[in-house]
Design a protein around this ligand. Structure first.
Ligand code: ZN
Ligand code: ZN
Length: 288
């Protein structure tokens, strides 16, 4: 099955609009995954979800169906939801999948960011049919894909996902907000790294957290993120064909990301010859 990935938001933590981030983009995490079926699969609901929603409404030729798969519920992964235009149209149907956090149901967390104290329209007032489904580690079907979820090293319950087209084809993995270094303390077992490599084994395209430069990670161990070099080492170990650097640091403007990408490609040529390395940019489309 052929399908397309479209990057609508590539930034981590907070939107960074402006001329200095125009090429790689200022919207937070959101990727559209469109296959031959009518249901669109969306990875994360950062502020990039807003322009994606506008595009869907402009192109629609009938009711829309979308599945949104959340890595976790930190702001930069859910803040686009209140501005997702398809939610405001009757006849549309939207399913949101993600983990509960610390015993708090996912639906309750999503309602909280639209509480009248902080937002004018409550989640319960949306016109579309909305379903919220909690997931755990393991395998389940969504839209045209078989999805596998794997617990990451990041504060809160955060999942990485491997997507396999139900009818066969190239597989992708979306692994953001993940600390590959030895900082932090997370409820994962001793064999976590080996299990992650097995989970990712032979994935065609790995989209991975590459937030911090080598300099930054020195003072941000334990914050739940990785460096581009760490992502290269993981992609090489797992035998991936392509690595896409994702969740760009808000302090990095386009020129800084250019430099990081150049350095990362040079590193990859030494340790992982043949690995294609790209940096996620708003508007980038990858055909699989
Ligand atoms: Zn994040
Ligand atoms: Zn996070």
């Amino acid at each position: 099955m052929a399908y397309t990935l479209t990057f609508w938001g590539t930034r981590g933590s907070i939107p960074t609009p402006g001329p200095r981030t125009a090429r790689y983009g200022g919207n937070t995490a959101c990727i559209g995954v469109s296959g031959p079926g009518r249901r669109l699969l969306i990875l994360d609901a950062g502020s990039g979800l807003r322009p994606l929603g506008h595009e869907l409404m402009a192109r629609r030729d009938g009711p829309l169906s979308a599945d949104i798969l959340l890595s976790h519920t930190h702001w930069d992964h859910i803040q686009g939801l209140p501005f997702f235009k398809p939610l405001s149209a009757p006849g549309n149907s939207v399913c949101i999948y993600g983990a509960a956090q610390e015993g708090v149901p996912l639906e309750k967390i999503l309602r909280r960011q639209m509480d009248p104290m902080v937002f004018p329209v409550p989640l319960t007032a949306v016109a579309a049919a909305l379903r919220v489904t909690e997931i755990e580690e393991g395998e389940f079907p969504i839209a045209d894909f078989r999805v596998r979820a794997f617990r990451l090293r990041h504060p809160g319950t955060t999942y990485g996902y491997r997507l396999a087209p139900a009818t066969g084809g190239r597989e992708i993995a979306y692994v953001t907000d993940n600390e590959l270094g030895d900082g932090g303390s997370y409820p994962v077992g001793d064999g976590w790294r080996a299990a992650l490599v097995t989970f990712l084994g032979e994935t065609d395209t790995l989209i991975h957290d590459a937030m911090y430069s080598e300099h930054m990670i020195q003072v941000r161990r334990g914050w739940g993120h990785s460096t581009p070099r760490q992502a290269v080492e993981l992609a090489a170990e797992a035998g991936c064909r392509r690595l896409v650097l994702f969740h760009h640091e808000p302090e990095h403007d386009d020129d800084a990301i250019d430099r990081l990408l150049d350095q990362t490609r040079a590193f990859a040529r030494q340790v992982a010859p043949g690995l294609e390395v790209d940096a996620a940019a708003e508007g980038l489309e990858l055909a699989l």
